[in-house]
Structures are given as C-alpha cells and as structure tokens.
Design a protein around this ligand. Structure first.
Ligand code: DAH
Length: 426
C-alpha cells in the first residue's frame, strides 16, 4: 500500500495496472501516517555486496548507506547496488532514449531556456524530500514502510521534487531534473523499488503574465498545460488526452494528464502551479511557477511495449540490443517467455506486519526472479488472529527455473519471513 503516488491505493489495481508503475499518485492524496518498524537487519546476505558506488563522480561507500548500527536504516544491499546505475544516462537504454526525446522537445520549443540536471545525488535530507515541498508531517509517505531511510534525517529521494527548492535557492529558474527515485512497494510487473522520474520547473515574472491580461495563476496553468500537451504529442503522436484535477502538497491547482492508450486512460504525469510558500522560501514572492513530475518507466513501457519493469535492469543482450540511440519508435520483441512457477505461503500476521516489508524479504532472497507477490486470501478467526495467504510468482526473464531452485528460494522465504517479520507460518 502506498500513499501519494501512482503506486497504489487510489485506484483499484486492475484499472491502474500499467500506469501504476512509477510514481505519481503517491503525493496525490493525503492520509494518516502509517508506522511500520524497519526490518531487523541480518548478517546473512544473498546479494553480492557492492562496497561503493559512484554518483556523478562522487564515491559513496556502502557502509554509509546500509547501516547495521542505525535502527532507522532500512536500506538493503540490493537497493544500494542500484544507486550508481544511472539508467537515464545511457543513450541506448529505453529510459535514456525517452529522457533525450523529452530534452529534444524542450530544446526545439524553448531553445536553451531549460537547464538540465541528471546527476544530483539521490541521497537527500528529509527536509529536501518532504519539508521543502510542504509534505505534511503526518503524511504516510514519510513512514519507514514507504521510504528508504539512511538515518532519521536522510533518505533515498522518493521523487525528483526533492530538488525543487534547492535549485531555486541556487538561482535556477527553469530546469529539468532527471534521476532515480526509490520507494518501498509491492511487487508486480509494473512496480520496482527503483524507478526514474523527470521533474520540470518554470518560474515566471510579472512581465510575463501582465502582458496577457490574465491572472498569474491562470497564466501559469495555461502555459503548463500547453507545454505538456505538446510534450505528450511529441512522444505519443496524435493522442486523445484529458486533464484531471487532483491534489499534491506542492501545487495548487494540481492536475494529472491522462492519455488514451490501448483502450484505456493512462495517467502519464502530475503537475500544477507551485505553492507560493515554496517560491517564497527562495525569495520569489513576486513570481509564479509551474512544475511537473513524470515517471519514465511508465512512458517507456507504453512507447516500447515493454511488458515487465524488471527488464529495464537486465543486461541480457536480447534486451539491450533491441534499442538504439534516438530510436523512439522501436517496439520490443519479447524473447521467449520462460514458464512461471507459483508458490503460496500462509501465515498469521502480527500488528506490525506490512506487505511492503514482506515484499522486501522476498526481493532480498529472490531478487529479479520474483515477478509478482499477490495476496490471494485473508481472514480473521474467532480469536482475532488474521491470516494472509500470498501467491509468489517466480519467473526468470532469462532462463527456465528448475524446481530445485524455486523450492530452495521458497524455503528461504519461509525461514526469513518467520525470522524477520514476527509472523507465524501456517
Ligand atoms: N512528485 C510527484 C510524485 O512523485 C509528482 C509531481 C506532481 C511533481 C506534481 C511535480 C508536481 O512537480 O508539480 O508523486
């Protein structure tokens, strides 16, 4: 379950299945905070430990990010290893191809007006990630269940909006920020704990809107919509689109853009007119601004026909060789789909149980061999004990999994779930 973005509860799973990859909805509604304790850390590690990563020329040591000594820390090795990957900076990768196509759009329509940032560190303060963009103190996105905490004041950014205020303070007025963002979440073909967003921001001065005779907010909202409709056409061609009113803590009014794709309305981005308080923090009280955030995986899944979000992380040549620099229209040809293997696990949950914690245990063991984790049964007995039954779908994108391998994974999941999650197996 999540909070404000794309990744969950606002809509039913079925209707957002594809869209829900990659995160806009997370900030689009407010709800009470949800506390879930971090998973106990264990010594045993199933991932090869990466000891350091390089982000924009800065080396980050594992021990500063995966910290056994800090009870708030909930970053596993599998997540740390993603920190330096920067898929968005690879010109032949679908994520990089889309980023470049968006850059092209801004270059042709606003030559040299937007600065681009793409190697800002994903390790940010809670102030940057939440406070600076007015996320309420009790917002569920702040919980350990939803966000990766390095320590109580430091997180892996859960959205690129984390950089808005800092860039404004440094004097930037029009910019695009692209980067990897991190969210604890459920597991299926459109959800992955790391994905990529692009943030757009544009500040206007009184002379911009005075001439138009319009009120500043209306002027910014209209300009924003025009800009993003043009972007959607640039990426998708002549598509049907619609605007939906929504809520984000950092904008008022706030909108989502949906496009009609394959017989369904697909949410592609969140945006709005920036809250005046955010501008004020940077001494811009006489200005108005618009901002947007879009999820690159979601766009890429649609544009390239990529069926499973795990593929973005694959270095299998059968995937990587299908994409070329600047080739936006290519449709991905699935290499043979290997058979899935289903395993069920049932247990009595405890009060602190959360599905995100369970999914993290499963990913910690099976990595990208897990395709989906689905709650298939839940009931409460007369004594008030609640039982959950989850179906885990194991499937490799690269080979057939043997029974032996799957049984081994499942048995490790059973052990670890019991040990880490304080549940009673049935
Ligand atoms: N940060 C939002 C999310 O991840 C997306 C977003 C919405 C960004 C509206 C914006 C905005 O800049 O104005 O859910």
């Amino acid at each position: 379950m999540t909070i404000f973005s794309v990744q969950s509860t606002l809509f039913t799973r079925a209707s957002v299945a594809l869209l829900s990859s990659n995160g806009l909805k997370r900030f689009s509604f407010s709800s009470a905070a949800l506390y879930s304790p971090p998973l106990p850390k264990t010594k045993k590690r199933r991932f090869p430990i990466v000891s350091a990563v390089d982000i924009g020329g800065v080396t980050i040591a594992r021990n500063d990010v995966v910290r056994d000594d800090d009870p708030t820390n909930n970053v596993p090795d599998s997540i740390f290893s993603k920190l330096g990957m920067q898929l968005h900076r690879r010109d032949k990768h679908p994520i990089g191809i889309i980023k470049n196509a968006i850059y092209d759009y801004f270059e042709s329509n606003y030559a040299k007006k937007f600065e681009t940032f793409e190697d800002l560190s994903p390790i940010v303060t809670t102030k940057q990630n939440f406070d600076d963009v007015l996320v309420p103190a009790d917002h569920v996105s702040r919980s350990l269940n939803d966000t990766y905490y390095v320590d109580s004041q430091t997180v892996l950014r859960c959205h690129t909006s984390a950089h808005q205020a800092e860039l404004l303070r440094k004097g930037h007025r029009r910019f695009l920020v692209t980067g990897d963002v991190y969210r604890r979440d459920s597991i299926d073909s459109t959800h992955y704990p790391v994905f990529h967003q692009m943030e757009g921001f544009c500040v206007f001065s009184p002379e911009d809107w005075n001439e138009s005779g319009k009120d500043s907010t209306l002027y910014a909202a209209e300009d924003l919509k025009k800009c993003l409709e043009g972007l959607a056409r640039h990426l998708f061609g002549a598509v049907e689109m619609r605007w939906v009113d929504t809520y984000f803590p950092f904008t008022e009014p706030s909108f989502e853009l949906e496009i009609y794709f394959k017989e369904d309305w697909l949410e592609v981005l969140g945006c709005g007119v920036t809250e005046q308080r955010i501008l004020k923090q940077s001494g811009l009280e006489n200005n108005v601004a618009w901002a947007f955030g879009l999820g690159l995986e979601r766009l890429a899944m649609v544009l390239f026909d990529i069926p499973d979000i795990r593929l973005f992380w694959s270095d299998d040549e059968r995937f990587t060789s299908q994409f070329g620099k600047g080739e936006l229209g290519v449709k991905f040809k699935p290499f043979s789909k290997y058979p899935p293997c289903y395993k069920d696990i049932s247990f009595w949950i405890s009060e602190s149980f959360t599905e995100n914690n369970f999914c993290e245990v499963v990913r910690g063991i099976a990595g990208d061999l897990v395709e989906e984790v689905k709650l298939i049964d839940s009931f409460t007995n007369k004594k008030g004990m609640t039982s959950h039954c989850y179906r885990i779908v194991f499937r490799s994108m690269e080979r057939s999994l043997t029974d032996e391998k799957v049984n081994d994974l499942q048995s490790k999941v059973r052990d670890e779930v019991q040990r880490k999650l304080n549940v009673e197996l049935r």
